[in-house]
Design a protein around this ligand. Structure first.
Ligand SMILES: N[C@@H](CCC(=O)N[C@@H](CS)C(=O)NCC(=O)O)C(=O)O
Length: 213
């Protein structure tokens, strides 16, 4: 069988999710380093976003599609519950994270630090500050959700958690979000507990390279 290939950079939360899905499932894969809007990515994703996947003659874009393929095409533990309600709840949280939580907490807030676009490279307060109330709301929602069982859905670690954990982990490293998570006991415990998970440890992104002098 051909080797599964994931294209992207490991610091992307979505690339991290796809890699965690492979690790949870025990699927061997090759991470092909590729930035957004470069030929390998543009060849598959119509908007030039990462990750994209190739497997033999098949290719996919959008993380949920890639993870669904990984889950259904390979043997190993299911990433989504078999029961209708559990599967629907995973879809619910993945959709919420992708369309509501990620835009505020990653695109607006975190990228205001990581890719500030300011003349001197300082954090982009014009992006960060307006994101804070929305971030507080979204983090409160997932705190309440994981307070029940320590997972987003049911009593097991599912694909929904693979979407949330990389984002929550990144947020513990930035000042305002770290403080918010510090004040949300269930979410704080969730990040601490699942950060020791083998699939998380095996896919932890390396620190960014030092800035050129
Ligand atoms: N909905 C897409 C989002 C992918 C995405 O936004 N990836 C980011 C990196 S985390 C990216 O490629 N951004 C570049 C851009 O939007 O131009 C998915 O689930 O895969």
């Amino acid at each position: 069988m051909p080797m599964l290939e994931i294209y992207g950079v490991p610091q992307s939360n979505f690339v991290w999710t796809a890699r965690m899905a492979c690790a949870e499932k025990g699927v061997p894969y090759e991470l092909k380093m590729a930035r957004p809007h470069t030929p390998d990515i543009d060849a598959v994703h119509p908007m030039g976003r990462m990750p994209v996947m190739r497997h033999g003659d098949d290719s996919l874009f959008e993380t949920i599609a890639i993870c669904t393929y990984i889950d259904r095409n390979f043997p190993g533990p299911g990433l989504v519950p078999a029961a209708a309600m559990g599967a629907a709840e995973v879809a619910q949280w993945v959709s919420f994270i992708n369309t509501s939580l990620d835009p505020v907490c990653v695109r607006q807030f975190a990228l205001g630090y990581v890719f500030p676009g300011t003349p001197d490279g300082s954090p982009n307060r014009a992006k960060i500050d307006p994101a804070l109330p929305g971030m507080e709301k979204h983090l409160g929602i997932v705190d309440a959700a994981v307070s029940r069982t320590g997972h987003l859905v049911g009593a097991n670690f599912t694909l929904a958690d693979m979407f949330l954990l990389p984002i929550a982990s990144f947020l513990t490293r930035l000042p305002e979000s770290a403080q918010m998570i510090g004040n949300l006991p269930a979410l704080r415990a969730y990040v601490e507990r699942h950060s020791t998970r083998p699939s998380f440890v095996a896919t932890l992104p390396p620190p960014p390279p030092p800035k050129a002098a």
